[in-house]
Each structure stands twice: as structure tokens, then as C-alpha cells.
Ligand binder design. Structure first.
Ligand SMILES: Cc1cc2nc3c(=O)[nH]c(=O)nc-3n(C[C@H](O)[C@H](O)[C@H](O)COP(=O)(O)OP(=O)(O)OC[C@H]3O[C@@H](n4cnc5c(N)ncnc54)[C@H](O)[C@@H]3O)c2cc1C
Ligand SMILES: [Mg+2]
Length: 472
């Protein structure tokens, strides 16, 4: 029996679903958001930790943003956050830039002075030339993709680029040094948490174009960088504000099991057998997670195959908390490399909170850690920190906090869904195309900053627009 009727049911109270719901509510639509878990936010997720009687929050999912993520910034401003990137008391904090950065490549440590005028200045001229040449080459391709943000499958060379993985691209060219190849491999692992052989070269270029370029994607410092800033009160602050605004429209603990549709509307059934009737549905989860729902009538073949070819990356995100910020004596806390299980670290000290460093273990290294006991993960990560920064004090954190996203039953991994070779040209059209009365949101359905918080906002708004213009 149908217990309730509304205009739109949104599946998933992540950032994307809540943005869709907010936009529709503001346009007078009656919306119900069904969320499987007992919290909102999805891949925005935090842990509150008590240290010396004070509560500190650590973002275990998304944390970072940059100044050209305009939809996210606009949303945050509307929700009452101060997004003035030049104001030291604002709700966004720049990533620590003082101190040396460490590149730990193929067993060799290279230190970069933050005052250096050129990026990568710490490398020898031949390596530098290789990196520069690689960036130039990729930039040329990415410029091409910028004309095909909405239809990457129509780009010149699309079929050929989609046949290749990023690893195939690396093998297709003779490079000057190993450093440029390895830097690209590290970049892929850091952004998508997959190995370079797992990701389509076309998808790589499209994603970079959707973020405005390869440098904004990879940079950890500087204003435009995707990882230039983080939220003073955590990214979950944004989702908490949205949750409060939506109020009783958000129903926690309601995993959607089935969506039926007919000419007049949709009927949604939850795992607890609640049934809702609506004019439209928005499914605001990643493509592969959307495949856990039954659809009647069944999905079109292209969507059926797309959802089987959009796996999420594998990420273990960690924080080590210390009594003193001893690494500030010399280092910024930023490191990237391929020598230890750590792909990337950054300082995460939020005054007046305790000194902390964030570390990512991803892709093959994450597989090796997944399912291991917590003390094993802590030892592996802290040993790697000590080795990267050549400082034994990293071995004994006062607290260690982590989340293995592959073990999250409602995310199935992170940070985002990734196209393997062949998938985008064959089935990419199904990423966003509505299926009757079902519209698709979620960060993977975005065309600007896809995969990011900003993309989640964009895709949520686009799905809402699709319904607002669809008529009854
Ligand atoms: C470790 C990590 C680090 C990241 N770092 C960054 C970063 O620094 N900056 C950045 O911009 N982005 C980052 N991202 C990516 C960012 O988190 C995501 O792009 C964004 O949060 C996705 O939002 P969404 O609403 O599309 O999906 P989700 O957040 O996945 O939301 C989907 C929601 O749907 C729910 N759900 C799933 N199935 C059902 C069902 N059947 N019924 C009901 N509910 C269901 C889920 O529980 C979830 O709440 C990171 C992600 C991870 C995992
Ligand atoms: Mg969502």
C-alpha cells in the first residue's frame, strides 16, 4: 500500500541529493529524501574525537576545495558560511604552505623549498624538462576536451583515447626521464585512487577538462588548486546545514530497494517496505551504487552496462594526531611519492585543534591494507610517515583515525566512480540521460568538476532543473 504522495522522491542524502531537494523545495515542490544510512552526507563524513576534553572533527571523506568551484562556494555562502578566501577568520583555511615539501620518488627524497619561483624547481633540469613537456602535451589534449565537456564521446580521437588506459598512453610515447611518467602515475593514483592501467585516457582528459585543467586538479597549494583550502568546521558542516534546512523532508534509515514507474509517476519501495508515490524520482548516488536498486521496467541496456563499468577507487584516508607540530620545524607536511604506501600527505592542523597530518593510502596499496586490524594500519602508515619525513617521532601518534572507503556498504569505495577503457564512448551517454521519470544526480553525473563536491552540487541542480522543465 502506498503510504505517502509527493512531487519528487530523492534517493540519497549526500551533497548532490540534498542540493537537488533544496532547489526543488525552493520552487514549491514537495520533496522527500530517502537516505539509507542513519546520517546524511554520504561521501562527506567525519569522526568526532575527544582530545584533552575538547571535541575535534576530522573529515574522513571529502575535505578540500578551491576558489574556482563556484557552485559549491555559492551554496556555502547561501548557507551562511564565510567564503572569503583572503580572510583569515573565514570558514575556509588555506592548506599549510610554509616549510619544505617532500617528493619521495623511487626511493629518493627530493625536497622543495616553498619560496621556489618555479614549480618542481627541486628537480634536475632534465627531469624538469620532461615534466614540462608532459604537461604541455596533456594540456593540448585537455584543450580539445574542453569543447566536449557535455559530449566527450564526440571529441576527435575519442575512440582511440578511450581504448587506452593512462598506462597505455605512457607506453605510447618515448619520454625523457622516468620522473615525468612516475609523476603522472602518482597524479592518477592521488586523484582517482586507481592504478593508471585501470582508467581510460579519454576519461582522464575529460575529467581534467571538467576541472579546468591538469594543474588545478593536481595542485595542493595555490588558490585555484582543487586541494588549496579546507573547511574550518569540516566539509560535513555544509551537509549539516543542508540537512537542517530540509528538515523533516529527509528520512534517515530508508534504503530504497525498488523503483517502479508508469506513465503518471513512480512508486518507490524501501527495504522496510514503505511505499511512496511521486511524479518523479532523482537517484543521487554513484552509478555503480545505483545498480543495487531494482528498476521496473528495467533500465535501458546502455545504463545497465554503464553501471557495471564505473567502479569507485580504493581509498584509506588517515589522520595521525600528535602532541606537537614537530614537522613544522622544517616541513609543510605536504609529501607525494611512490616509495611507501602513502601516495600523498598534508598538514591538517586546525587551530585551536591538535597538530595532525592527513595521509592517503590508495589503489593497490589500499587493497593491501583493506580488512587488516586497526593497529596494523596505524603501524604501516606511521612507519611510512617516519620514513618520508625522516623523523622517528611520527611513529607514535597520540591518536590515529582512519576510514577504509572500500568497506563502506553505501559508498563501495571513493573518491569517485572511474571509467575503465572503452566504457565512456560505449555507455557514457547514460551517465545523465533521464530514464523516463527517473533522473540521475550524484557527482559522477556532473560535467563541471565531476567527481568533486562542486560536481555533486552541479549535478543535483541539473537533475532538479530537468524535473522543473519536464512538466507534470
Ligand atoms: C576519501 C574521500 C576524499 C574525497 N576528497 C574530496 C575533496 O577533498 N574534495 C572534493 O571536492 N571531493 C572529494 N571527494 C569526493 C566527494 O566526496 C564526492 O564527490 C561527493 O561527496 C559525492 O556526493 P554525492 O551526493 O554525489 O554522493 P554520495 O555522497 O555518495 O551520496 C549518496 C548517498 O546515497 C545514499 N544511498 C546509497 N544507496 C542508497 C539507496 N539505495 N537508498 C537510499 N540511500 C542510498 C548513501 O548512503 C549516501 O548518503 C572525496 C571522496 C572520498 C571518499
Ligand atoms: Mg547525494
Amino acid at each position: 500500500m502506498v503510504s505517502e504522495q509527493c512531487d519528487v522522491v530523492v534517493v540519497g542524502a549526500g551533497l548532490s541529493g540534498m542540493c537537488a531537494a533544496r532547489k526543488l523545495t525552493r520552487r514549491g515542490r514537495q520533496v522527500v529524501v530517502l537516505e539509507a544510512q542513519d546520517r546524511t552526507g554520504g561521501r562527506v563524513c567525519h569522526e568526532e574525537v575527544e582530545i584533552d576534553g575538547h571535541h575535534h572533527s576530522f573529515d574522513l571523506g571529502a575535505a578540500y576545495l578551491g576558489t574556482n568551484q563556484t557552485a559549491l562556494i555559492q551554496l556555502c555562502t547561501e548557507l551562511g558560511l564565510c567564503m572569503d578566501f583572503d580572510d583569515p577568520s573565514a570558514d575556509v583555511i588555506p592548506v599549510r604552505a610554509e616549510g619544505e615539501a617532500v617528493y619521495y620518488l623511487n626511493g629518493k627524497r627530493v625536497l622543495e623549498d616553498p619560496e621556489a619561483t618555479l614549480p618542481w624547481a627541486a628537480f634536475n633540469p632534465i627531469s624538469l624538462f620532461g615534466i614540462w613537456r608532459m604537461q604541455l602535451r596533456l594540456d593540448r589534449f585537455i584543450q580539445v576536451m574542453k569543447n566536449h565537456i557535455h559530449d566527450p564521446w564526440n571529441a576527435p580521437n575519442a575512440e582511440r583515447w578511450d581504448d587506452w588506459s593512462v598506462e597505455d598512453f605512457l607506453k605510447s610515447d618515448v619520454f625523457f626521464t622516468r620522473i615525468d611518467e612516475d609523476m603522472l602515475r602518482i597524479g592518477v593514483r592521488a586523484v582517482w585512487s586507481v592504478e593508471p592501467s585501470e582508467i581510460s585516457f579519454l576519461y582522464f582528459l575529460w575529467y581534467a577538462a571538467s576541472a579546468g585543467g591538469i594543474d588545478t586538479l593536481l595542485d595542493n597549494q595555490g588558490k585555484d588548486a582543487a586541494q588549496g583550502f579546507y573547511f574550518r568546521h569540516g566539509a560535513h558542516d555544509v551537509c549539516d546545514r543542508l540537512t537542517r534546512e530540509l528538515g523533516p523532508a529527509v528520512r534517515l534509515g530508508h534504503p530504497v530497494r525498488r523503483i517502479e514507474q508508469d506513465l503518471e509517476g513512480v512508486t518507490i519501495t524501501t527495504r522496510t517496505n514503505d511505499r511512496l508515490r511521486a511524479r518523479h524520482a532523482i537517484v543521487a548516488v554513484s552509478p555503480s551504487v545505483s545498480s543495487r536498486i531494482e528498476y521496473d521496467p528495467p533500465l535501458r541496456p546502455d545504463r545497465t552496462h554503464l553501471v557495471q563499468r564505473n567502479p569507485l577507487g580504493r581509498t584509506v584516508k588517515c589522520y595521525a594526531v600528535y602532541d606537537e607540530p614537530f614537522w613544522h620545524e622544517r616541513y609543510s607536511g605536504l609529501s607525494i611519492g611512490n616509495t611507501t604506501p602513502l601516495i600523498w600527505t598534508m598538514d591538517y592542523t586546525v587551530p585551536p585543534g591538535p597538530p595532525a597530518i592527513m595521509a592517503f593510502v590508495v589503489a593497490d596499496h589500499a587493497d593491501a591494507l583493506s580488512g587488516r586490524p586497526a593497529h596494523d594500519i596505524e603501524r604501516t602508515v606511521c612507519t611510512a610517515l617516519a620514513e618520508t619525513f625522516q623523523d622517528e617521532r611520527f611513529r607514535s601518534p597520540r591518536r590515529f583515525i582512519y576510514k577504509d572507503w572500500s568497506a563502506d556498504p553505501w559508498a563501495w569505495g571513493g573518491p569517485t566512480g572511474v571509467s575503465p577503457p572503452g566504457a565512456l564512448t560505449a555507455f557514457g551517454r547514460a551517465l545523465r540521460r533521464p530514464f523516463g521519470r527517473i533522473h540521475w544526480a550524484g557527482a559522477e553525473a556532473a560535467t563541471v568538476w565531476m567527481g568533486y563536491l562542486d560536481g555533486a552540487v552541479n549535478a543535483g541542480h541539473a537533475a532538479a532543473d530537468g524535473i522543473l522543465t519536464a512538466g507534470p
